[in-house]
Design a protein around this ligand. Structure first.
Ligand SMILES: NC(=O)c1ccc[n+]([C@@H]2O[C@H](COP(=O)([O-])OP(=O)(O)OC[C@H]3O[C@@H](n4cnc5c(N)ncnc54)[C@H](OP(=O)(O)O)[C@@H]3O)[C@@H](O)[C@H]2O)c1
Length: 369
């Protein structure tokens, strides 16, 4: 169902706090009286008030008002840090609640709505459901599967290469595409790369939209099973947290050097191509990492695709040809028949400066109806 004008305002409030609330969902709420918005709220960072509580607190008087909210108000459960919103709504004397989406978290799953109805409050569900579901894909996947939502990003030439045969990759795409990449980095919980990329490029892996370092930096996750990335790598000096996922067998002295450089060393099981991705992703999800922007290189992206962990693709295609032994965008085993290829349904294709961005969902996981 398309969103009503008030739900559109609630969705806009949710979008403004996207990426700042993990592991909580980013939710927006508006309070309406006599056909006018009297207060707006959005989820505060973890531990702070939820959107509904923020809207109620911002309103001079919420009694008799209608509340539009992008996700079902939460319900009391053990270990909850904030006051349940369904109780706060009931106690504020709100007359009617319009909810876009039922909460997929098993601890809520319809109970918040039931509590409101039981208290005699009129509740409507489904206004703006498609947009809310789209906006909350990372949260829904995290709650449904215990895994983070993975977005595979690469910048490729017209012939599908992301670096030359020598490993040089700076810069394939133009400034506008790179800036869009930084905007995306700024809202996800983590950026992920393989050790090959750190060794080749010595990247900072920070979010710098508009050339300015974001206040909140995503966690950097480096996969390095053999202990090859040196403690002198640039990214260890950058603000924010760096996690290095490695094996039990990597040298203990190297682990010590990385820890001394400020990294969090995470020991993981071995997988077919390095670190066991399933175990690593589950561990990251338990550490409140709900969304991951996986930037490559080819080996890591290939392994993520092969294991069907990629939910969304952002492919920037530049009008350049590299040829020769240039590195592919995605390695791994791939598929043997085109019919088995990952095909993005309803891709969004847009121009970004002189480059083209093709993005969309792989369909390996989908949030359901
Ligand atoms: N244009 C772009 O968008 C772009 C983006 C990124 C990188 N690049 C380019 O890509 C090149 C690097 O790509 P790459 O393919 O050589 O390296 P990579 O994918 O960055 O790193 C691969 C390494 O990661 C480690 N690893 C640990 N667990 C893994 C797992 N489960 N699956 C896969 N790898 C795992 C392995 O090394 P260990 O055995 O040591 O753990 C593996 O050799 C560079 O030239 C870089 O410039 C281009």
């Amino acid at each position: 169902m398309a969103a009503s004008p008030f739900m559109r305002e609630a969705l806009a409030a949710a979008r403004r706090v996207r990426g700042t609330t993990s592991p909580n969902p980013y939710v927006g709420a508006v309070l309406v009286r006599d056909g006018r918005v009297v207060a707006t709220g959005a989820t505060a960072p973890y531990g702070g008030p939820h959107a509904e509580a923020a809207a109620i607190a911002a309103a001079p008087d919420a009694r008799g008002a209608d509340l539009y909210v992008t996700l079902e108000p939460c319900f009391p459960f053990e270990g909850k840090r904030t006051r349940p919103c369904s109780e706060a709504i009931r106690d504020a004397g709100i007359r009617r609640v319009v909810v876009a989406l039922e909460d997929p978290d098993a601890r809520v799953a319809g109970r918040g709505i039931a509590l409101l109805r039981h208290a005699g409050i009129e509740v409507e569900v489904g206004d703006g459901a498609d947009e809310a579901r789209d906006l909350l894909r990372p949260y829904i996947k995290h709650r449904q599967t215990g895994l983070p939502y993975v977005i595979a990003k690469f910048a490729a030439s017209l012939d599908g290469r992301t670096a030359t045969a020598t490993g040089d990759s700076k810069w394939i795409t133009g400034e506008a595409a790179r800036d869009l990449g930084h905007q995306q980095r700024a809202w996800v919980d983590a950026i992920m790369v393989g050790s090959g990329t750190v060794l080749a490029d010595d990247p900072s892996l920070t979010a710098r939209p508009g050339g300015k370092l974001s206040e909140r930096q995503p966690v950097r996750v480096i996969l390095d099973a053999r202990g090859r990335v040196p403690a002198t790598a640039r990214l260890f000096k950058e603000p924010g947290t760096t996690i290095v996922a490695t094996s039990y067998t990597a040298p203990a002295t190297w682990k010590g050097e990385l820890t001394a450089a400020g990294a969090l060393v995470l020991e993981c099981e071995a997988g077919a191509t390095g670190i066991n991705l399933d175990q690593l992703l589950r561990t990251l999800a338990q550490r409140s990492i709900v969304s991951i922007w996986a930037e490559g290189g080819a080996a890591l992206l290939g392994a993520l695709f092969d294991a069907r962990h990629v939910d969304e693709v952002w492919a920037f295609i530049a009008p350049v040809v590299i040829g020769g032994g240039g590195l592919p965008a995605v390695g791994g085993e791939g598929v043997l028949r085109v019919a088995d290829a990952w095909r993005i349904a309803d891709p969004i294709v847009e121009s970004v400066g002189n480059d083209i961005l093709v993005r969309g969902y792989t369909g390996d996981w989908s949030p359901g109806g």
